[in-house]
Design a protein around this ligand. Structure first.
Ligand code: GDP
Length: 184
C-alpha cells in the first residue's frame, strides 16, 4: 500500500508558496502574481529509498491581508484539516523580515495547537527568492542557526524562479517525515 503524507505549505502572501509547488510539479515559473484564490491539493507520487509515497500538498489561500493576524488564520486552517498534517513547510521571502516574523508566529501556532513539543511534527523553514539575495534582511547563517539550533526545525534556502533547491527541499522534508514516523 502506498503511504500518504499530508504536507501543508504556509506563509505570508507573495512569498512564493505556489511558485515552489509549480516548479516542483511542472518545472515552470510565472512572474505575474495572482494570489491563490482557493485551497488547492496536489498529489504527486515520489520515491524515497525504493519506497513509494503519495504526497498530499496543500496550498492554502491567505485569508487576511499581509501582515495578517496569524491566530485568526490558524483557527481557520484548523477547520480545513491542517491541524493533523504529517509535516509543514513554512515559507518566507529572504528579503522580507515581515514574512519571517509571520513564519515565526505560524510555528508558534503549530506548536500550541499540537503537543507543544518541537519534535512532534516536522517543520521545514524555507527561505525563498534566493536569487534576490543582495536584498536579504539577515545572513543565511544567522537565520540557519536560529532555526536549526533554537527552533529545532529544518532550514533550506531556494529560488522557485530558478528551480534552485526545490527538489532538495521536498526530499529533506520527506526524509525527516519518514524518519520521524519510523521512530514512533
Ligand atoms: P504565494 O502567495 O506565496 O503563493 O506567492 P506566489 O507563488 O504566487 O509568488 C508571488 C510572487 O513572487 C510572484 O510574482 C512570483 O513570480 C514571485 N516569486 C516566487 N518565487 C520567486 C523566486 O524564487 N524569486 C523571485 N525573484 N520571485 C519569485
Amino acid at each position: 500500500m502506498v503511504e500518504t503524507l499530508k504536507v501543508a505549505i504556509l506563509g505570508a502572501p507573495g512569498v512564493g508558496k505556489t511558485a515552489i509547488i509549480r516548479q516542483f510539479l511542472h518545472n515552470e515559473f510565472m512572474e505575474v502574481y495572482s494570489p491563490t484564490a482557493c485551497q488547492c491539493i496536489y498529489r504527486p507520487s515520489v520515491i524515497l529509498n525504493d519506497s513509494m509515497y503519495e504526497l498530499k500538498i496543500m496550498d492554502v489561500p491567505n485569508l487576511t491581508a499581509f501582515p495578517a493576524n496569524v491566530s485568526q488564520e490558524w483557527s481557520d486552517l484548523k477547520c480545513r484539516g491542517l491541524r493533523n498534517t504529517s509535516a509543514y513547510i513554512l515559507v518566507y521571502d529572504i528579503c522580507s523580515l515581515e514574512s519571517f516574523e509571520y513564519v515565526k508566529m505560524l510555528r508558534q501556532q503549530i506548536l500550541e495547537n499540537r503537543s507543544g513539543c518541537p519534535n512532534e511534527v516536522p517543520i521545514l523553514i524555507v527561505g525563498n527568492k534566493r536569487d534576490q539575495q543582495k536584498q536579504r534582511f539577515a545572513t543565511r547563517r544567522t537565520v540557519a542557526v536560529l532555526v536549526k539550533k533554537t527552533w529545532k526545525c529544518g532550514y533550506i534556502e531556494c529560488s522557485a524562479k530558478y528551480n534552485w533547491h526545490i527538489i532538495l527541499l521536498f526530499k529533506e522534508l520527506l526524509i525527516s517525515t519518514v524518519c520521524r514516523a519510523c521512530k514512533h
